[in-house]
Design a protein around this ligand. Sequence first.
Ligand SMILES: Nc1ncnc2c1ncn2[C@@H]1O[C@H](COP(=O)(O)OP(=O)(O)O)[C@@H](O)[C@H]1O
Ligand SMILES: [Mg+2]
Length: 593
Amino acid sequence: MSHPFGVDRATATGRAAEQPDRRTAVTAKRGRRGRRAARDDVQPSETRPRRPSGRGWGGRGGGASQYLQAPDMWRGTTVQVCGLWPFAIGSGSPVVGVPLGRHLHSGATVCCDPISWFQRAKLIGNPSMFVLGLPGLGKSTLVRRMVGGLAGFGTLPLVLGDLRPDYVDLVEAMGGQVIRLGRGRGHINVLDPGESVEAVRRLRFGGHAALADEIEADAHGRRVTMVSALLTIMRKTPPTDVEESIVDQALRLLDRESDQVPVLADLLRVIQAAPPELREVAVDRGSLKTYQKITGGLERSLTSLTRGGRLGEVFSQPTTTSMRRDRPVVYDISGLKETDTDLRAAALLACWSSGFATVNVAQAMADAGLEPQRHYFIILDELWQALRSGSGMVERVDSLTRLNRKVAVGQAMITHTMSDLASLPTEEDRMKAAGLVERAGMVICGGLPQAEMAKLTGVLDLSQIEQTMLQSWSSPPTFDSKSGAETEPPGRGKFLIKVGGRPGIPLRVLLTDVEKTTSDTNRLWHAISRVGQGQIDPEPAAEVLEPATGLDLHADDPGNGLDTDPDAGLDIEPDAGPDPACEPDGQADGPRS
Ligand SMILES: Nc1ncnc2c1ncn2[C@@H]1O[C@H](COP(=O)(O)OP(=O)(O)O)[C@@H](O)[C@H]1O
Ligand SMILES: [Mg+2]
């Protein structure tokens, strides 16, 4: 491609060369009188402005360039660009999808998201991606960008379990549904068939019996799986086959008995009543004592769940807010204590189950032509928290990810390192977890330590240069001796997009001003710690006297957790409980520094 200045220079020189010739010809024609007249007409010539050469200004202080750099590629609408842009060059990455940032080497715009790359660019085999990278390097921020962009393209984001929360403000800003779960915040009834009941009725009415049966079977299966999952998490071992069959049969009985949505207490009641259908499944050979022996363990576990045991409080009550299928949704489970890993894992499972059930319903309605085809972008962030909570969790994610092409769903799975996956208890789980990465349509890697490379190269083709690049992004931030503060980590916002064996696309995610304020997950740490200043109110307000929940005390406040100004109001850290550092003006400081 010729340099922009090249065109002008050539034209200008051409014209300058032409002009004297033309003048000579004209004067020769006019003869002597004409020449005199022409001499009288001649105006003092204008001084031509100096122009830089093709390599810039020459001469002293000019700074002419030795090498011509490839111009950056930009993308704009025809309204913005207004005409043909003559400086386009081939770029290493397709300009299809959500604009993420700049190519690290060429500066070109990089656009990428699993749905556009699968649907429009046809670059990947399935619309899923796996994001790996050390904490704090911007994985959630990258996915937030995709969520925002894809929502603009008409895809509905579903964040099935936001543990931080990283996505609540974004979904709220998009007019989506925020479902809060946690003790005292909201419940999710694991026996709730959700929107499937209404969908089955409409499908049957419309003459789509096969689809209706499918949805009914799916909803039933999910409920049984969820009860089994709760039992597994509680007991640390999965329930026996007989116990699962009893739960399955008891649920069918409950559905036949009444139109009401059952809760776990109803399930317990039916099992205790020992109806003939259940005794048959239990194979008690006519002895009630044998039946009671078989169901004893199940009864004990369900009693614990319904009496509000560790898990029961969240899962045994009627669902507070039902998930909708026509708008962005986020399950906010940030109120669950970080130390309560079982509860977090169970909540994540319940969110996934409910989310995928809803997507299934939407797909069936679209297949029947009763509703428009909707595309969803499902986000499973902090995947490691769910995976490490017990065996069987990998299988659950695995089965979910195999669905995505059939049910118009794009997925993003986010975790820290391959070690999260390699540290699972059984070999089977580890293999399945590695399969998650292998099968993902694309893998996006942030900074990772050297120890990760062996594991990563087992599932992903990474050149030596790419490995070195990922390692360099995992370096700790340097210390700014002037301010005495740490600078930004060198790998923040830098990612490598890998699709199969192709060379990776390294990019830097550039945040907009709005994103800079809303995606700041470190906002609780902006206020300088001031322990010892001020006094704790001797008579705190009534609601502050509920530390046992360990939850954000302002759960109902729509602005909760989104406050960009940490000094603006009382913002008690979720797990902190009553913090002695709370000042009367409502500022909660971080741990003493
Ligand atoms: N591209 C970026 N440019 C500047 N800051 C960023 C960028 N990406 C993330 N951050 C900041 O880094 C911090 C951690 O980001 P986050 O997305 O939560 O990381 P992770 O999910 O990897 O733990 C946040 O405060 C966020 O605002
Ligand atoms: Mg994150």
